[in-house]
Structure formats: C-alpha cells, structure tokens
Design a protein around this ligand. Structure first.
Ligand SMILES: [Zn+2]
Ligand SMILES: [Zn+2]
Length: 239
C-alpha cells in the first residue's frame, strides 16, 4: 500500500522521506502558526501585542465563549485544506489534528470540555464526499486528548447554499435554523466544537445559538485555520 499510496507532506504534497514524520522540514519551518498574538474571543491573529480583540470581535458579540486556531488560512495551507476536503487527502488529518491539539492543550485545563462536537455536514454532501473532515479531525483530537467525541448530537436540517461570496449578515441569515441538536437537549455543560476553517464565525455562532438553547452553558472551539480578519479572508495571496 505504501508504494501505491506513499505518505505525502500535507503542505506541499510531495512524497515524504521516511525519516520525516508527518511534514517535510522546509514546510514545517514555514507553517503559518497563529501564535501568541491572537484575538481572545475568536482566535484570529491580531496585529499589536497587547491588543485583546480583533476588529470583528470589537464590533460584535458572539454566541460562543472563545475559540483558538492553529494556523492562518493562507498560502500553501489553503491549498492543503482544499485537498483534504475535496481531493480525498484524508491522510493529512493526523498532522492537522496534532497541530490543533498542540494549541488546544494550553486551554484545556481552564475550559474542561465534557465532549467534542464536530461541525456537522448535510448527509447528502457527506455521502458524495465520503467523509466529513471536521468529524475526522474531531476523532483524532479526541484520541489525542482523551475527551469523548459526540458525532451524532448535532445535525444539519437542510443543505446550506455556498457561503463564500456572502457577508456576515447574509451568512447568518443563510445558516439560521440549519443546525439542530438531536432530541432538542444537549446533556453537557461545556462543549468543544471542531471545524477546519473559521472565516466570519457565522457557523460557530449559529451552532452556539442552537447549543445554548439546548442547555449548554459554555461553548469553545478549535479550528485548523482562521482568516486573518476581514481584508485577508478569501484572497489567493501566497505567503
Ligand atoms: Zn512539504
Ligand atoms: Zn476576534
């Protein structure tokens, strides 16, 4: 199997030398970690040291408590995430989940989530893709942290129209009512949502809204990558 499907670097997609674990050294050096200067609400990078909240979070409240991201959604990583989602590169998941866990472990002693909830995908979409990448990331993070993963609690009630070109307000409207908690009740006080990309936060907010209505008090999230803030999201700029 390894000859037919040799392990590849998740960032540049070149075949990996067996000496390297999950990512080739030159890509590892250039990984766009968000780092310390991150928004204390949504986890986006903030310019200044000492700036607590990004511009988005200064302007609007969120339905979740706090979230963190491993990387910024730029350059080679954008292409890599696209391959993971749309070109069946499921083998990237362990590397990505490890990266997310590295950031997450600093917060776990304070957050203490009782369950990990992957952002759900509409069943028809999941069938055609063969998997939900957020679920794969969640399972791996669950394995690494020992927190139970609840795959079936959240579900999609309908297909969501593509969000790419929509503003935050339009996204919120588009998403309204598209997620639900099975049975209408979530038996947790504190949960951790897992997703691949955070852009305007509308998905996390809608899930937060639904979870709060279902009895959850604290909602945290971890994402693989996050937009840099309004201007940098959805540009094709290379790092
Ligand atoms: Zn590489
Ligand atoms: Zn923020």
């Amino acid at each position: 199997m390894n000859l037919l499907y040799p392990p590849r670097c998740p960032i540049c997609d070149e075949v990996l030398d067996i000496r390297w674990k999950r990512c080739c050294p030159s890509c590892a050096k250039a990984l766009p970690w968000v780092g310390e200067n991150a928004c204390m609400k949504c986890g986006k990078p903030v310019g200044d040291e000492g700036q607590e909240y990004c511009e988005d979070c200064q302007k609007q409240a969120h339905y979740y408590d706090r979230g963190v991201a491993a990387f910024t959604y730029t350059g080679a990583l954008r292409h890599s995430v696209y391959r993971m989602k749309s070109s069946n590169r499921r083998e990237y998941v362990p590397f990505f989940a490890e990266s997310m866990s590295r950031v997450l472990v600093q917060y776990l002693p304070r957050w203490r989530p009782e369950a990990i909830l992957p952002v759900p995908m509409y069943p028809r979409k999941r069938r055609s893709r063969g998997y939900n990448q957020s679920e794969l990331l969640a399972e791996e993070i669950g394995r690494l942290t020992g927190i139970p993963v609840e795959n079936a609690l959240l579900y999609c009630t309908r297909m969501v129209r593509p969000q790419k070109t929509l503003s935050r307000q339009e996204r919120m409207k588009n998403l309204r009512g598209c997620f639900a908690v099975r049975g209408g009740f979530a038996p947790f006080r504190c949960v951790l949502l897992v997703d691949d990309v955070y852009t305007t936060g509308s998905t996390m907010d809608e899930l937060g809204r639904v979870l709060r209505k279902s009895g959850v008090q604290f909602i945290f999230f971890v994402v693989l990558c996050t937009g840099k803030g309004k201007k940098a999201v959805c540009t094709a700029k290379k790092v």
